[in-house]
Design a protein around this ligand. Sequence first.
Ligand SMILES: Cc1ncc(COP(=O)(O)O)c(C=O)c1O
Length: 420
Amino acid sequence: MDKRTFIKSAALSAAGTSFGMDALAALFDSRKSTDSITLAQDEAFWSSIRSQYLLKPDYINLENGYYNFIPESLLEKFIGHVRHVNYHGSWYMRNNAVDNKKRVVEKLSQLAGCSPKELAITRNTTESMDIVITGKHWQAGDETIMAEQDYGSMIEAMRHVANRYGVVNRMVSVPNHPQSDEEIVSLYENAITPKTKLILVSHIINITGQILPIRKICDMAHRKGVEVLVDGAHAIAHFQYKISDLNCDYYGSSLHKWLSTPLGAGLLYVNQKRMPELWPLIVGWEKDPNKILRISHTGTHPAHTDLTIADSIDYYNMIGAERKEARLRFLQQYWTCRVRNTPRIILNTPADPARSCGIANVGIEGIKPGDLAKRLLEEHSIFTVAIDGANVFGCRITPNVYTTVEELDKFVKALKKLAA
Ligand SMILES: Cc1ncc(COP(=O)(O)O)c(C=O)c1O
């Protein structure tokens, strides 16, 4: 840590944050009557959120998708919970942990838009998805459908059940620029056979930021007797929706992404009808086939992370779901609109704002994605991640609410220079 960063860090921990939580909440409250689209473009306003983050001065961070590191005020809450759980030790685990976790599940279910009985806290999307993928009663010859743009380890989990049980996986490829929802729905529909049991589908494709018409895919699949498992790793607290509106059978997400919880928190939704049909990944004491705890047992785990989920939800609610979505979409549209028709620059994310939110992907003709990411970092101090496969060749760009248009201007200038 250099001297400047150290001084800011020390100041932040001594004084809470440069913009205290109460003052921040009051500021957000005072702008209740401003519509979210107007507010999304108010840089002075969003600088209050930026002041909550201890940002590394080394680069502009446009890789917030892996993990949304947490603002200082939430970090302080987290450290407080670590101290609390440590102080009470086994007493906490024996007397408070279970009830507190139930309360957090209750609160999380309001955010996710489903019944708390159908929701479990897991460690991440990977665990949530694997509980379903490895927990189904597979028979040799059963078929599944997934897309080559799905997350790598989900595809691997599906390959695992193929190797283990003789399941047949069918792969589709989602176009980067679909003309309509129907085009996407047909893609999945055309891959269904009488043996299809499950569709794995991403709510938002992590490498391009394309949001898929999940409700329409689920309705189509159910008409044909096929279940749908949705990978919503990047969806929760990014854009607004209710799991119950999606009509899916299973849903997994990571809370350490857009909800900004400490690392190691996820959610699993299982439709009540499907609950008895799953084998547990980790076996616990709960035997009631209708209780989600039977399939979501983890053993002793960081209880302080569970507690901080509630604080992260408070923080998210303080910003406001609509305002956060509008800000993220504004930031993405701000830079993509400035490069979309530039020679040699290729956008791998649909232009229609309804088909994406904060995430987008950009490539440059003649520059390999890995080289592009390297040059952005080394020549322009901009941190991104390269994507090189599944018909997506470019860098994934994920700003966060604290990103400024000034940073995006630098990014646009860098892209145009590299493409020139
Ligand atoms: C679409 C998608 N699914 C699953 C994951 C895995 O998330 P986690 O590592 O939090 O389990 C990611 C991670 O980026 C992802 O983008």
